[in-house]
Ligand binder design. Structure first.
Ligand code: 13P
Ligand code: SF4
Length: 347
C-alpha cells in the first residue's frame, strides 16, 4: 500500500542523508513530488542539482531532463532516473542522425552568403544539443525561445527550430515573423524540398508534444462560458490558435508563478499536463484552479513511468551500495552540449 511505500522511501532517504537529492518535475505525480527536495521546471531542477552538491541526483522526470542534469552537474555527481522507460516522445521526434541529414540538404540549398542557425528546445537529447553547438546554434527553454531567435538572427539569416513546431511557431508570431514560417517534416518527402524551405527564414521541425497538442480553442470557449472571470494560461507547446485564445502563455514555472500571485477567489484555468494543475489545486486552495480540459486526457505517459515503487527501488539500492539506472552522457557530447547551454545562458 501507499503508506508502506512512503515509509520505505522515507527510511531510505534518512539513511542516505545529504548524499542524495530528489528532484520532482512539475508534471510528476503527488507521490513523487512529496518526496522531492526541489520541485520545478526542467531547467530550474538541473540548476538545483548542480548547486546541491549531493553524490546522487535522483530525477523524477524524463530522460532528456536527467541528461541535462548530468551535463550541468559535476563529474562526481551521478544522475539516476527511477525508470528508463520515461522518455519524452517529443524529444524522440528529432534524432540527431535525421537532423544531420536535413541539415546537409538545407545548407546545400543556401546562397553562398547565407547562414542558418539551429536552435533546439531543452526537450531534446544531448546528441542533438551537441549537434546544435557544433553548427553555431544553441538551446532554449519555453521562456527564452524568443531570445534564442534573436541570437540566431544576430549570427545568421535563418533558423532551424527543433523539435517543437508549436513553440517555434508561437515564438515566430511573438517576433512578428509569421510570414517567414515553413515546416520541415522528415517523414513526408513532399515537405522536405530544401530549395523551397530556404526561401523562408524560420524552418520548423515537425515535432510536437502529444499532451499539449490535444488542447483546442473549444476547451477555452467552454471554460469562458462556464467561468466568465477565468484567466486562461497555457503552455507554449500548445497549438497557435490555443495560445492566441488564451490570456497568457507560459512555461510551467510561469504557470506556477501566475497562480502563486493570484488573489484569493481568483480563477485560473490551466492548459498543461494535468498533474501540475492538481498540485496547484493542493498548494493554493484559496485560488480556484481549473483544468482547461476536464481531468481525463491531459496526462503525460512518459512522466507517468516514474512510479513511486521505482523511486523506492532506486533509493533502497543506493542504500545497499548499488547504483541503478545511471544516466551518463558521453564526455564529448557533454562538452558540446554544455556549449549550447552556455550560449543560452548568455542571451
Ligand atoms: P517546462 O520546461 O516548462 O517545465 O516544460 C517541460 C515539459 O516537458 C513541457 O511539456
Ligand atoms: Fe514530453 Fe509533452 Fe510529456 Fe513534456 S508533457 S515530457 S513535452 S510528452
Amino acid at each position: 500500500g501507499e503508506d508502506e511505500r512512503t515509509e520505505r522511501i522515507e527510511a531510505a532517504l534518512d539513511e542516505l542523508g545529504d548524499d542524495v537529492v530528489v528532484l520532482g518535475h512539475n508534471y510528476q505525480r503527488r507521490e513523487i513530488v512529496e518526496h522531492a527536495d526541489f520541485i520545478g521546471d526542467s531547467y530550474q531542477l538541473s540548476k538545483e542539482a548542480a548547486a546541491a552538491d549531493a553524490d546522487y541526483v535522483v530525477f523524477g522526470g524524463v530522460t532528456f531532463m536527467a541528461e541535462s542534469a548530468d551535463i550541468i552537474t559535476d563529474d562526481d555527481q551521478q544522475v539516476i532516473l527511477p525508470s528508463m522507460e520515461a522518455s519524452c516522445p517529443m524529444a524522440g521526434m528529432a534524432e540527431a542522425l535525421q537532423v544531420d541529414a536535413a541539415w546537409a540538404e538545407l545548407t546545400a540549398a543556401l546562397d553562398d552568403d547565407e547562414e542558418i542557425v539551429p536552435i533546439t528546445y531543452m526537450n531534446s537529447y544531448a546528441d542533438l544539443k551537441a549537434f546544435c553547438a557544433e553548427q553555431g546554434g544553441l538551446v532554449c527553454t519555453s521562456s527564452n525561445a524568443h531570445k534564442a531567435f534573436e541570437y540566431a538572427f544576430e549570427h545568421g539569416d535563418k533558423v532551424l527550430f527543433l523539435p517543437d513546431k508549436h513553440l517555434g511557431e508561437n515564438t515566430a508570431y511573438r517576433l512578428d515573423m509569421a510570414d517567414e514560417i515553413v515546416e520541415w517534416d522528415p517523414w513526408d518527402p513532399e515537405s522536405t524540398d530544401a530549395e523551397a524551405a530556404v526561401e523562408h527564414d524560420v524552418i520548423l521541425w515537425e515535432g510536437y508534444c502529444q499532451v499539449h497538442e490535444r488542447f483546442r480553442e473549444s476547451h477555452i470557449e467552454a471554460i469562458r462560458a462556464d467561468h466568465p472571470d477565468a484567466n486562461v494560461i497555457v503552455h507554449p507547446e500548445c497549438r497557435r490558435e490555443v495560445v492566441e485564445a488564451a490570456d497568457v502563455a507560459g512555461s510551467t514555472a510561469d504557470i506556477c508563478q501566475a497562480v502563486e500571485a493570484a488573489d484569493p477567489g481568483d480563477t485560473w484555468a490551466i492548459g498543461t499536463e494535468i498533474h501540475l494543475t492538481h498540485h496547484l489545486q493542493r498548494w493554493y486552495p484559496e485560488v480556484e484552479v481549473l483544468p482547461l480540459c476536464g481531468d481525463a486526457c491531459m496526462d503525460c505517459n512518459a512522466m507517468r513511468q516514474i512510479d513511486p515503487n521505482y523511486l523506492a527501488w532506486v533509493l533502497e539500492e543506493l542504500v545497499a551500495g548499488r547504483e541503478r539506472n545511471v544516466i551518463e552522457v558521453h564526455p564529448e557530447e557533454k562538452e558540446l552540449a554544455q556549449v549550447a547551454l552556455d550560449r543560452m545562458l548568455e542571451i
